[in-house]
Design a protein around this ligand. Structure first.
Ligand code: PMP
Length: 771
């Protein structure tokens, strides 16, 4: 590895103007009309004008500079010119002899390399003068430069400079030069954190040759305040790509009062060209802090070494200190979250929770929120949900994220399909066919026709149309507190949501098979059959309308999470069919492996429904639902009636649904639901022995209900409300269901593990003890 000397160990060369003209004439074949000396930290620079109106930069370098490094810089500039000819980077011009540089003899018989570059327009601009647009343009330029260098290789690229952020821990010995004890302690804190959480991740980041110093000294701006030139490549090295962005944020913004906020614009510009990977985004704030602490430390050290050098009086170090203080005041984790958000390119800005709540109440007055203090979420991962302060909540409630929140395989499938093709299903496309075939393969063969729609409501609504057409009848039977959807037709099938006194004439209800509270109790002789017999009463109640369909959620989620023995479904279906009705299994809640034994919960009973509805978890958060029917029923819908929905079965939705099925299989989530579900159920039963508030524990797999009661065994919805609020305080999300709202509803993503169950059980134990 080549070591680059500290620039101040050698001052810039000091060739006279006449000597420079001679170099230009003899070495490069250029006749200069005027020469203008320019400042340089380690090189001697001249602006060169010719009589013909051309302008160049002559750079006479320090003899300490190594040949291979100069060769690398020249090669890199040529590479950039080839890859991105419009990028305003300086270009290296060959000598008259076609060499990359000229070796000029100078004082003390040393050899000085002289190079000629194109002269770029624009000027060095103070950061306080930069507009948001200018800062964004800087970010974009840095990203373009990184892209242009992506395929560049040079053997000299692994040279070592103190400024390379990856070397940050190596400057620990220099910390003794930072006289101010508090300042030193700050740098140490940042370094300790860096060693802990950044250094181990660095070798795994994408790396390449980077510019390494996109500070305002090296970037020129035009009058329009857009980047017009990149002029110094002296710090190029092989390093993680994200270091370029970190250096840029630190060096461009230090000294601005709004440095943290202004970083959004740099990051926004950068990621508009090159999106960051999650790991890079997560390290950005630490890398910026490391760069700032490097500046503070190296400046202190150099001040000690060269007390007379005035260059350091005017350095950016005070700005670096202020930026570091701002980061620590805000909290480096909070800054990290902000930077990570900026990397995500979301098309909205993040507001404070209170302000967001107010906006929501005004803009969406009828949109319900859980909890007296709504939970404000910004991110999800596996079984965890995170609020803006990175407080995490254990999700024991959301079945939609069936394979875990933000599952990378589903996210990638959605993103990639969206980038490739997103259209409706009137064109031939592979994904919808593949999905339909895969779904069919999981179902009894009679269920052979698939329709892909966008929501459970839509699928149930369509099922209702088909049931009416196929039977020629108009009446439906549902359980007493069922939920099947939001549309006009499915709202009618959803007593849970009926207004007081509302009871559509074409719908009859049956009591849900509640073996704990209802008229027939678990263990009573024939209790299941007695519940099922109510289907006959309902059929009679429909009168002349006739029995078109029985809709059942086999897990009776809205009815309080009941899991009757399989005989119930068999008997209820048999009776419905005897009366000429069709059977619709609404698997929106209980399907996709939730109940642990089968992919579709009706399968435990061995019946074959006439139609199966699936939704909610189907796309792990991407809207997609489906109706699978016996094709003979479809014949009743006239051929000229088109069953089509614009978004239904679009390639993106199908890609999501296919990814969910694949992940469920690869990760064995059905088995996990059974295993962890029974562990959790056992734990809940143990709690029930200790806490009289628990009247009943029921459910299967990872769909469990805990019924809360008062001393007289009456439903206690007040306790359920208190418990869910108290659990939320402890970072655990639950809800309540059932006709009285007194049944705790536990329905986590199927990636739930025993350790998560333990967290839930322990918190519930404590909350119940204090209730
Ligand atoms: N059926 C059942 C059993 C449901 O639980 C729901 C939604 N909770 C629906 C249908 C309606 O689905 P969506 O909200 O997707 O319209």
């Amino acid at each position: 590895m080549v070591k680059r000397p500290d620039p101040l160990e050698s001052t810039p060369p000091a060739f006279a103007e006449a000597a420079a003209r001679h170099i230009l004439r003899e070495g490069f074949g250029i006749e200069s009309s005027s020469l203008e000396p320019l400042a340089g930290e380690r090189d001697q620079n001249f602006r060169v004008d010719t009589a013909g109106g051309q302008r160049f930069l002559l750079k006479i370098s320090n003899p300490a500079d190594d040949g291979p490094i100069l060769a690398m810089q020249t090669a890199a500039l040529r590479h950039i010119e080839r890859v991105d000819p419009d990028l305003p980077a300086m270009r290296a011009l060959p000598t008259a002899a076609g060499e990359s540089w000229l070796e000029v003899p100078g004082p003390e018989s040393r050899i000085y390399p002289a190079r000629l570059f194109t002269f770029l327009p624009g000027k060095v601009t103070a950061n306080t003068a930069l507009t948001t647009e200018a800062i964004r343009s800087h970010g974009q330029t840095t990203a373009r430069l990184g892209r242009a260098l992506r395929g560049f290789f040079h053997p000299a690229a692994d040279y070592e400079i103190l400024w390379n952020i990856t070397q940050f821990p190596r400057i620990r010995p220099l910390l003794t030069h930072v006289c101010d004890g508090q300042r030193r302690a700050q740098a140490e804190r940042i370094m300790d954190r860096f060693e802990d959480r950044v250094a181990p991740a660095l070798p795994g980041l994408r790396a390449q040759v980077i510019h390494g110093d996109m500070s305002l000294d090296n970037v020129l701006f035009g009058d329009d305040l857009l980047v017009s030139g990149i002029v110094d490549f002296g710090d190029m090295t092989h390093a993680p790509l994200v270091c370029d962005l970190a250096v840029e944020i630190a060096d461009v913004l230090h000294g601005r009062d709004d440095a943290i906020e202004a970083a959004d614009a740099i990051i926004g510009g950068y990621v508009s060209v090159t999106p960051l990977e999650d790991e890079e985004a997560g390290l950005l704030a630490d890398l910026v802090a490391a760069r700032l602490a490097t500046e503070v430390t190296i400046t202190a050290w150099r001040r000690r070494l060269y007390p007379d050098n005035t260059a350091y009086a005017a350095s950016g170090e005070p700005g670096a200190r202020a930026f570091l203080d701002a980061i620590e005041t805000t909290g480096i984790d909070a800054v990290g979250r902000r930077f990570r958000d900026a990397c995500r390119r979301l098309p909205y800005r993040r507001s404070a929770t209170g302000a967001l709540l107010e906006r929501r109440r005004r803009a969406l007055p009828r949109s319900p929120l859980f909890y007296s203090q709504p939970v404000h979420l910004v991110r999800g991962e596996g079984v965890w949900l995170f609020d803006p302060d990175d407080r995490r909540y254990l999700d024991c409630y959301n079945n939609v994220a069936v394979v875990g929140h933000s599952h990378p395989r589903v996210a990638a499938a959605v993103t990639q399909q969206q980038q490739l093709l997103a259209t409706h299903s009137r064109y031939l496309h592979e994904a919808i066919v593949e999905l339909a075939e895969r779904l069919k393969a999981t179902l009894p063969p009679e269920l052979d026709a698939v329709m892909v729609v966008n929501s459970g409501s839509e699928a149930n609504d369509l099922a209702w149309r088909i049931a009416r057409a196929a039977t020629g009848r108009a009446g439906a039977v549902v359980t007493a507190c069922a939920y099947h959807g939001l549309t006009e037709a499915t709202h009618a099938l959803s007593p849970e949501e009926w207004a007081k006194g509302e009871r559509p004439a074409h719908v009859a209800t049956i009591p849900a098979p509640d073996g704990y509270r209802g008229p027939y109790r678990r263990g009573d002789e024939g209790w299941v059959q007695r519940y099922a017999a109510h289907v006959d009463d309902a059929g009679r109640a429909l009168g002349d309308r006739g029995f078109a369909a029985l809709y059942l959620d086999p897990a009776f989620t809205a009815d309080g999470i009941l899991s009757p023995p399989p005989a119930y479904l068999r008997e209820a279906a048999r009776r419905a069919r005897t009366l000429g009705g069709l059977v619709v299994a609404d698997e929106v809640q209980a399907g996709h492996g939730r109940c642990g034994s089968h992919l579709w919960s009706f399968q435990a009973s061995g019946i074959t429904p006439d139609m199966v509805v699936m939704g909610k978890p189907m796309g792990n958060g991407f809207p997609v639902a489906a109706l699978v029917v016996k094709s003979e029923l479809l014949g009743a819908v006239p051929e000229d009636v088109e069953l089509f929905s614009t978004f239904g079965g679009n390639p993106v939705a199908c890609a999501a649904a296919l990814a969910v099925l694949a992940v469920m299989e690869d990760e064995g989530l059905l088995g996990n639901a059974a295993k962890v579900g029974s562990y959790l159920r056992q734990g809940l039963l143990t709690l029930a022995e200790r806490h009289p508030l628990i009247g009943d524990v029921r459910g299967e797999g990872l769909l469990l209900g805990v019924e809360l009661i008062d001393e007289e065994r009456r439903p206690s919805p007040g306790s359920a409300r208190k418990v869910t609020e108290a659990m939320r305080e402890r970072g655990i999300l639950l809800s309540a269901t059932g006709p009285a709202g007194n049944v705790l509803k536990i329905r986590p993503p199927l990636v739930f593990q025993p350790e998560h169950a333990d967290l839930l059980l322990q918190a519930l134990d404590e909350v119940l003890a204090s209730s």
